[in-house]
Design a protein around this ligand. Structure first.
Ligand code: ADP
Ligand code: MG
Length: 617
């Protein structure tokens, strides 16, 4: 998973009206910014990533929705980013941890229920984007129609596509998706330093991401990413809540954990106390509720002791990431802090200790991604004469070939935009359709990869097996979206598909897939060789069967015929065995005894052809 920056010269977008805004569409909070002469500037206040349906049916996003989340949780949704571009089968964990209300009639495409209103995750996100767009328009005093939106570096095709869809629904042309860590590095202008290694540590509300970027001649490359999709400020809130609820029970002699309103008010008090502690050494968790009062002083050192395990939990992924990136800690030149939770002093000191360097904290950590998105927007609009950012594919992409094998067209970690073209042919005589089955993953067999799309190229003129020329072209655009084209080179017929996978992958899943491919490499290779041998055996058996129908076969003597029968039987005996070498041996055996037959056939074909040809003197 990497991000590249390359020089595109002056090729900005063909036309643009007004300002292009940069948007950080976060799990907990979202933000919009714009590039100005003096640098990037935040346009909207923080917009909580919450959407709610009001009593009158109107849909709201942001602070107002966060209020409604307290009083009407059944008509509200938060953390929808976790569901973007993912299918029902992939979100079991999220459904367990978050109160998402799925619409009952939905198939594999997720749809959420907000009271009587049913919305897909991109539609929910679109309401957050609409709110940002309105705030931006108010701040700029002009319409906003184009945006750059940031996404986690590990987002796959489907998740990126879903984010683009959200933009489109909100009436925003999404000119580019940029990886969040790259945006953060851009906000700090680190692209100016030309060479170096940068670590981006992002601890937000509910997610933790660590990325290692390399800058080489002004080009950004994300060497590795790691993290925890369920670790962040929410966990700290949860710990403090547990303590406070317990103390309230003792002090008031009353359990308030079943009272939703009381719990939400306490949560707000806890968050306020937590956030204050980033600036002062002492704060108070205070709850006034139904004539009763709870006030708990919270000293920074006590708070630090409470949250230490959470901070500690971020360090493992950091070490793993550094190792994956293949760099040594002392080679890391810059450390950038991202995410509201990195305001916490203990987090800062832990990061400084691990990386043995003072992290960048000059910019607000919860604004830095939006600011970087604005820098990228400025580059695109031509306001900033600089470079464009590119990503790489997190997993290989390929198509299914005979024997349930995968032929990879674009390999993992290829820089994008990327394209690859390969030719395929038909396996059966007279075949007029080919199935284009697009898969994603590192394994050799289709069954061990993720199926992204299936479609048929139809109307191929019937011809003998192996003669058709089908060109398959994969193209990944700068936003990481894949389009697949299959073309029959003889008939000129062509079909194209934008691949919108029905589900996405989490960072853990991507890692698990890569790890699995290493562990199973040997096993996979053996299975691949076996299947390839069987596919070849099928072809040989079919060819011999066909040859037997030819006149030339009649010319063979009895001995030659029984030698062929014997060789074929021997091949059939080993065909279902596990030894690919043995199958290959027997294929060779068949080849040997059919050599005369093959020659005889070629001769008779040539004879026939000559008979039908008038040779001019
Ligand atoms: P996202 O996960 O959407 O990227 P943010 O980067 O905005 O979210 O982080 C939100 C988290 O940051 C919340 O848990 C919030 O309580 C926490 N946070 C914000 N300000 C502070 C602060 N001053 N001290 C500690 N935590 C903070
Ligand atoms: Mg964030």
């Amino acid at each position: 998973m990497s991000t590249f920056q390359i020089d595109f010269g002056n090729s900005g977008p063909k036309s643009h009206q007004g300002k292009i805004v940069g948007i950080d569409l976060g799990t907990t909070n979202s933000l919009a910014a714009v590039m100005e002469l003096t640098g990037p500037r935040i346009l909207s206040g923080i917009v909580p990533s919450v959407v709610s349906v009001k009593q009158d049916g109107g849909i709201v996003a942001g602070k107002e929705a966060r209020e409604l989340l307290i009083t009407h949780p059944e008509r509200s949704v938060y953390s929808v980013k976790r569901l973007m571009g993912r299918g029902r089968e992939d979100v079991g964990e999220e459904l367990k941890l978050f109160p998402f209300h799925l619409a009952p009639q939905s198939g594999s495409v997720l749809r959420l229920k907000l009271g009587d209103v049913v919305m897909s995750p991109p539609e929910v996100s679109a309401h957050i984007l609409l709110k940002l767009k309105e705030d931006a328009q108010a701040a700029l005093g002009e319409p906003v129609t184009q945006a750059v939106i940031t996404v986690p570096a590990y987002f796959n095709d489907a998740q990126r596509q879903a984010t683009k869809d959200a933009g489109r629904i909100a009436g925003l042309e999404v000119l580019r998706l940029v990886n969040e860590p790259t945006a953060a590095a851009l906000a700090y202008g680190l692209d100016k330093r030309k060479e170096g290694i940068v670590a981006v540590y992002d601890l937000g509300g509910g997610t933790f991401d660590i990325s290692i970027l390399r800058l080489h001649e002004g080009i950004f490359e994300v060497l590795a990413t790691n993290g925890d999709t369920h670790l962040g400020g929410d966990d700290i809130d949860h710990l403090l809540m547990t303590i406070a609820l317990d103390e309230i029970k003792n002090e008031w002699g009353e359990e308030i954990s079943a009272d939703a309103t009381a719990v939400q008010l306490l949560r707000r008090a806890v968050i306020q106390a937590k956030e204050e502690l980033s600036f002062v050494p002492q704060s108070v968790i205070r709850l006034d509720y139904k004539g009763k009062e709870y006030a708990r002083e919270l000293a920074l050192d006590v708070f630090n002791r409470v949250i230490e395990p959470i901070v500690e939990k971020t360090l493992g992924p950091c070490r793993a990431c550094i190792q994956d990136a293949g760099v040594k800690i002392e080679e890391i030149d810059e450390v950038v802090l991202v995410g509201g939770s990195t305001r916490i002093p203990l987090v800062r000191s832990a990061v400084e200790r691990l990386f043995r360097a003072k992290p960048h904290t000059e910019l607000n950590p919860d604004e830095v991604v939006a600011l970087g998105a604005a820098v990228q927007a400025g580059i695109l609009s031509g306001d900033v004469q600089d470079q464009l950012l590119l990503d790489v594919t997190p997993l290989s992409l390929g198509i299914e070939t005979m024997g349930g094998l995968v032929s990879k067209l674009i390999h993992r970690n290829s820089t994008i935009p990327a394209s690859a073209t390969e030719q395929f042919t038909t396996a059966v005589d007279g075949q007029t359709n080919v199935l284009i089955h697009v898969v994603q993953g590192e394994r050799e067999l289709v069954k061990d990869c993720r199926s992204l799309a299936r479609f048929d190229l139809k109307g191929i003129p019937p011809m003998p097996a192996g003669l058709a020329r089908i060109e398959v072209r994969f193209l990944i655009d700068a936003n990481g979206i894949l389009s697949v084209t299959a073309k029959d080179l003889r008939a000129g017929k062509e079909i194209s598909r934008d691949v919108k996978p029905s589900y996405g992958l989490t960072e853990e899943q991507v890692e698990a897939m890569i790890l699995e491919s290493f562990q199973k490499a040997e096993e996979d290779m053996t299975e691949r060789q076996l299947r390839e041998a069987r596919v070849e055996a099928d072809a040989v058996l079919a060819a011999v069967e066909k040859a037997r129908q030819e006149d030339a076969y009649q010319l063979l003597n009895q001995e030659e015929r029984s030698a062929i029968d014997r060789a074929i039987n021997e091949l059939l005996v080993v065909y279902n065995g596990e030894d690919h070498n043995l199958i290959r041996d027997k294929i060779e055996g068949v080849d040997k005894v059919t050599q005369n037959l093959a020659e005889a056939i070629i001769n008779s074909v040539a004879e026939k052809a000559l008979k039908g040809t008038k040779i001019d003197a």
